[in-house]
Ligand binder design. Structure first.
Ligand SMILES: *Cc1c(COP(=O)(O)O)cnc(C)c1O
Length: 445
């Protein structure tokens, strides 16, 4: 064992204890193979396997990368980046003590960051708001809370039983909450009457789910929100919407994007509770934001499960600062909320940066055209014009060039198209340009 650890050599930054644990795992694996009747491996082969396992582990260390995919809310790349001021506020709370749960006047225990709830209410025009770990948690919590006694059914259109991605499947989420699924309508058409017929003393809620990463066209129908709200109100049943993306501003006014429904619109349209993500179009940290009717939000906050799903102080600090940015801004929310800034950058600006960088990199890098997307399961129809750096891979396979970039310092995640590796500048921050040039230069060597 000791010899093996020495044989592997101290290749990277992993602590010795971690190297030892990996060696132990691989030795156990070797033993299992031998017992399974496989031919014995050479010592070198085992060492090579350990080295590969260590390299894989080391690469997986969470770190910052350059996003050249053109997808602004890339779930695999951490969704919304935080602005500098927001990150500063997080750091200030993170490195010391905070008034997380203390009323500074009385010195007694107080609620957790009540300002966050108030700011979110003001931005969305909601009566009340609270926040939890993420939007999936928000939906489960809300449904759990609304079910009680004989009321266990959640009515939902078959057209909204979708998978959002990352394991978020609406039917499974509903079942996780303990509610019973009451499907109505068909995949493409659901009418108000379908909902009406399903109402009964067993109904706990009507749930609407924003289809997010998926859209329907053609022979389709679904009731207007306002009509559904009237129906729900008449039946005395809460209307809940899982809106997901959490647009707080009009995306159509921001850039050449479709209009993404906002929380305020859903609430005005008659929803009793609306759930959205904190790290999609809101542009904040991972969180689930629940807004709506005061009595329902109070009930949600008092649910024992709320405690299970609560946000930590770092999330709350980031949410507070992001929300403040929206309310302080007179149309300058773009600076403190980077994802909105990226989406609204003019193509001419991107082209100027691309030309400068391509000039520095020489003939193997050309300025190309790209199609950026919002991502995060939002606005799948909206393709934003963008500008790319296109790398001529010469005799290197494109996939290999893309891999080199990903393994570079810092990692650059681009994509392959038409025999070239492309890096979309819409999702690269201007202050990363120099670093990007250096990373591309290294990959081209
Ligand atoms: C993204 C999304 C979710 C999941 O949000 P998380 O914050 O990742 O849990 C849920 N519902 C809808 C409609 C979404 O778009």
């Amino acid at each position: 064992m000791e010899k093996l650890i020495q044989g592997v050599g101290n290749s990277g930054d992993l602590p010795r204890a971690v190297v030892a644990a990996v060696v132990r795992d691989e030795v156990a694996e070797t033993r299992k193979r031998l017992e399974g009747g496989e031919a014995p491996e050479s010592r070198e082969a085992v060492i090579e396997r350990v080295r590969r396992a260590l390299a894989r582990l080391e690469r997986s260390a969470l770190r910052s990368v350059i996003n050249g995919t053109g997808v602004a809310l890339h779930t695999n790349l951490g969704r919304a980046p935080l602005g500098r001021e927001v990150a500063g506020a997080v750091a200030a709370v993170a490195t010391g003590y905070s008034n997380l749960e203390i009323d500074l006047e009385t010195g007694e225990r107080g609620p957790r960051a009540p300002l966050v709830d108030r700011l979110v209410s003001v931005i969305t025009g909601a009566e009340s708001a609270c926040v939890v770990n993420n939007c999936a948690a928000a939906v489960v919590l809300v449904l759990r809370c609304l079910c009680g006694g004989a009321r266990q059914e959640v009515i939902i259109s078959r057209g909204e039983l979708v998978e959002i991605g990352g394991g978020f499947r609406v039917p499974e989420i509903i079942e996780t909450s303990g509610a019973t699924l009451r499907e109505v309508g068909t995949t493409n058409k659901t009418t108000l009457t379908d909902y009406e017929r399903a109402l009964s003393p067993r109904t706990a809620a009507i749930l609407r789910v924003h289809r997010s990463n998926f859209y329907q066209e053609g022979f389709t129908e679904s009731p207007e929100l306002a009509d559904l709200a009237v129906l729900a109100r008449r039946a005395g049943v809460p209307l809940v919407e899982d809106l997901g993306s959490g647009a707080m501003v009009d995306t159509a006014a921001l850039a050449a994007l479709e209009h993404e429904p906002t929380v305020a619109e859903s609430l005005r349209g008659g929803c009793d509770l609306v759930c959205v993500s904190g790290d999609k179009l809101f542009g904040g940290p991972q969180a689930g934001i629940i807004t709506g009717d005061k009595a329902w939000v109070c009930k949600v906050r008092r649910d024992p499960f709320f405690r299970v799903l609560r946000c930590d102080k770092l999330m709350l600090a980031a949410l507070q600062e992001t929300a403040l940015a929206y309310l302080r801004a007179d149309r300058t929310v773009l600076d403190p909320v980077p994802v909105l800034a990226l989406l609204s950058t003019e193509v001419a600006v991107l082209r100027g940066r691309a030309e400068k960088m391509a000039g520095e990199l020489g003939p193997r890098v050309r300025v190309g055209e790209g199609t950026a997307r919002c991502g995060g399961g939002t606005m799948p129809r909206s393709a934003l014009p963008s500008v790319t750096l296109d790398i001529d891979c010469q005799d290197i396979p494109e996939a290999e060039m893309a891999r080199r970039l990903r393994l570079g310092e810092p990692p650059v995640v681009g994509y392959v198209e038409n025999g070239r590796v492309k890096v979309d500048l819409r999702t690269v921050f201007p202050e990363q340009d120099e670093t990007l040039v250096a990373a591309l230069r290294a990959a081209l060597r």
